[in-house]
Design a protein around this ligand. Structure first.
Ligand SMILES: *Cc1c(COP(=O)(O)O)cnc(C)c1O
Length: 390
């Protein structure tokens, strides 16, 4: 059975060209980039080239890119590093109720250490109102953190407007761009971002790689203590094969993004309109238009998202109920709840996230299987009214 993989928001497969670029650094080029000898210097060169590639992807400068172990570390660093560095200036942080757990939980941690967190509400499409951001700023505000696009429902936030507000009010601005970098144009200058998080494995690079962009002159504490790697800000011997792969993935994404996005819009819209047409009592989650080109998130009344995922998996189709990080908990999605869904609606949600290896036949497979699965589950559901179980 051929796998139909529609969970690219959780992770993407590694592009074969990325794997090809990485292999030499797992074999012959094993040196430590901090070593002065030639084995070290060959590797140093590759790390710096990758830094340039990641910088080019987000419109920053190479010396503003700091490699991390992924998006989670980048988010934690931006939040906690800024909080500790700026605690003499204030203790207030503004973020939203739909952020990734990496941001939400970092804020939760900071709230236990004397920081005040404002979690901004969103509208029913999961969108933040820049006006609310503006109103929340106080003289004690040291950081505003808003994600570029939501990993569960795909809604794209008005980050450029929010960045403008942050700049005018003299508050640092962090953007979690893990779902957009490599997929949509991202530019740290047009967003007025002082910090921006990226992850390698969401853009066809290897897992355990990522970066935090830190605008030159931004004060931030380190999370780790150690050597002088990453200009002393992020110590620890670099994950060289990972960084090289991440750089290659960034290069590929930059050159192929425009054509790929157009292709995905067509596949995405066909998938969502066919499912909404064929399955009664189904509702698109997230913004109908201002959303990621690869995201389809739909709630199906009277069924559990978990059952849908398991039944699809049985037919070789990989989808998700939302965030990979919360799928082992049975808590309803904090994102859907923030959009005003009641817990039952939030439980019946299913996310398909398409990718560059998604083909028409994958979409066909879902359109064939899901209406049948929903009908079967509704027929067994005590929640479904007779009519819905038809
Ligand atoms: C995946 C994801 C992260 C975490 O990135 P990792 O590299 O998996 O740690 C953070 N934010 C968003 C929006 C994500 O989708």
């Amino acid at each position: 059975m051929k796998l139909v993989y529609l969970d690219n928001a959780a992770t993407t497969p590694v592009d074969p060209r990325v794997k090809g670029a990485m292999l030499p650094y797992l074999e012959d080029h094993f040196g430590n980039p901090s070593s002065v000898h030639s084995a070290g210097q060959a590797v140093r060169h590759a790390v710096e080239e990758a830094r340039g590639s990641v910088a080019a992807l987000i419109g920053g400068r190479a010396d503003e890119i700091y490699f991390t172990s992924g998006g989670t570390e980048a988010d934690n660093w931006a939040l906690k590093g800024t909080a500790w560095a700026k605690s003499d200036k204030g203790n207030h942080i503004i973020t939203t109720s739909v952020e990734h757990h990496a941001v939400i939980e970092a804020c939760h941690y900071l709230s236990k250490h004397g920081f005040e967190i404002t979690l901004l509400p969103v509208d029913r499409y999961g969108m933040v109102d820049p006006e609310d951001v503006s109103k929340a700023v106080t003289p004690k505000t040291i950081l505003i953190s808003v994600m570029h696009a939501n990993n569960e429902i795909g809604t794209i936030q008005p980050v450029a407007e929010i960045g403008k507000i942050a700049r005018e009010r003299g508050v640092l601005f962090h953007v979690d761009a893990v779902q957009t970098a490599g997929h949509l144009p991202v530019n740290v200058n047009s967003l007025n971002a002082d910090m921006l998080s990226v992850s390698g494995h969401k853009l066809y690079g290897p897992k355990g790689t990522g970066a935090l962009y830190i605008r030159k002159g931004t004060r931030i504490d380190s999370l780790l203590s150690g050597g002088s790697q990453e200009r002393g800000k992020r110590p620890g011997t670099e994950n060289v094969p990972g960084i090289v792969g991440f750089g290659k993935a960034a290069d590929i994404a930059r050159t192929e993004m425009a054509a790929e996005t157009e292709r995905l819009y067509l596949l995405r819209d066909r998938l969502s309109s066919e499912l909404l047409d064929r399955i009664p009592d189904s509702q698109l989650n997230g913004h109908p238009a201002v959303r990621l080109p690869n995201n389809v998130n739909i709630s199906f009344s009277y069924v559990e998202g978990e059952s849908l995922v398991l039944n699809l998996d049985f037919e070789g189709i990989c989808a998700s109920t939302g965030s990979a990080c919360s799928s082992s908990s049975l808590e309803p999605s904090h994102v859907l709840l923030a959009c005003g869904k009641i817990a039952e609606e939030a439980h019946g949600s299913l996310r398909f996230s398409l990718g560059k290896f998604t083909r028409d036949s994958d979409i066909d497979a879902v359109i064939e299987a899901l209406p049948r699965i929903v009908k079967k589950l509704r027929a067994m559901s005590p929640l479904a009214p007779r009519a819905a179980a038809r």
